[in-house]
Design a protein around this ligand. Sequence first.
Ligand code: SAH
Length: 242
Amino acid sequence: MGRVENVRVVLVGVQESGNVGMTARAMKNFGLRELYLVAPEADPLAEEARKFAVGAKDVLESAGIVDTLDEALADVHFVAATTARARYGYPGRILTPREAAPRLRGRAEAGERVALVFGRERSGLTNEELDRAHYVIRIPTAPDFKSLNLAQAVLILAYELFLAEPKRTEQPRPAAVGELEGFFADLEGYLLEIGFTDEKRLPHAMRRFRRIFHKAELTPGELAMLRGLVRQGRWAIERGRS
Ligand code: SAH
């Protein structure tokens, strides 16, 4: 099984206890153990959740519960988020599970922490949540009914990951998401400060910058350099003012 246990499943705002139980079961069937629930609306330990988890109650009971997606991803190196929608504000290509799995598996085997992020039953993930992803994955479906049951979507991803031949990455380990998000927060303030864009267009600009930097898979050293650049830019502006 290798190190597929380095792959974390994150459910954002899950609404049905049964889906939490079925997710735990699907995970354990394919060697995944680490479940995080971000601001769950459903009780993960409800009778219904336990019933659907069957022999995977251990996965259910050890699930981490956090308030924000950033907390669930802070120590993760590589994020793949899922969407039923074929189109939204995302500027990159959307991968199928089969395309993404060998690369995700390769990263997990290299000891990187990988997260698979799933959305709410009724509304999926917001664009802001999808913006945290290095890859966005969509399960191909019949065109007139694209939305799968949440736990069944988890099952398909877990299965593809289980079968995938790991594709080893040449890239060194990227900085953790917590570090990267710190840089994005700095960059956002800086873009406004230098008049690169205005408040209204900022989300669009940030979406494109995020895409560039996610593709670059920045190492901690590269990230430190970029943060230095922003800091120095701010210092130069301050100096110009005084
Ligand atoms: N109406 C919602 C559907 C949410 S389904 C929407 O428009 O997105 C709940 C979750 O299951 C999604 O957020 C996603 O994580 C997963 N999911 C459902 N169908 C999927 C598909 N075709 N591909 C990838 N993930 C899917």
